[in-house]
Ligand binder design. Sequence first.
Ligand SMILES: [Ca+2]
Ligand SMILES: [Ca+2]
Ligand SMILES: [Ca+2]
Length: 234
Amino acid sequence: MNENENPGSRVGQIQANDLDEGDNAQIIYKILATESKRNDRKSMNILEKFKIDPQTGIITTLSSFDRETQDLYTFQVLAEDKLDTTKRDTTTIIVKIEDVNDNKPILAQSEYAFSIEEGLFGATKIGTFKATDADSEANGIFTYRLFPNESGEIKDDEYYNQFWELSNQYNSQFTYNQFYVNPTTGELQVTSQLNREEKSSYVFKVCVNDNGKPKAKISCSPVYIKVLVQSILF
Ligand SMILES: [Ca+2]
Ligand SMILES: [Ca+2]
Ligand SMILES: [Ca+2]
């Protein structure tokens, strides 16, 4: 089942067979928390998370689940003969919590500042943006892009998300002025020589998208570039 589902979601149904007839074939189902485990936190955890209908054997949830906290639950269900509880059997239930893209990618730094010399040749590496994501691999595949933010105005990530959708169509926004970000590695480069007399600083945004499903998530950090006078070697 997926994480974040509402409590009361159906997990599955257990069915035991009894060859007797009528009342002798009535079965009661229970989730097992054995005596020895009654005070065990993990065992209590199960009873707070799942319940079983004693008559139908339908297992439902009592809470929602966060895959990033715990992605697997194992417990035992007991089926016993209603009239003769010595006739009983147990089975092991394994519930796997599937990933939903509910975490944003996080850039390693909340802002980036680089000082670079004017006159550097094109394709010189300035630095690398890195991101992490708590979701499973499929919901944390990163694409990096650059967006204008020359005024330094603070916009939330959702604002850039609109432009992301657009730039997807044109496969654009990997460059800003004379800067280029490699969309998959996050490496930032200058594309041609900078001239400090023309422009001595740049402000833009780097955004990372996790390509998650059903909806991708995005995070952005400001990038400040200072252009330094070229050192002259004698
Ligand atoms: Ca989660
Ligand atoms: Ca994610
Ligand atoms: Ca998740």
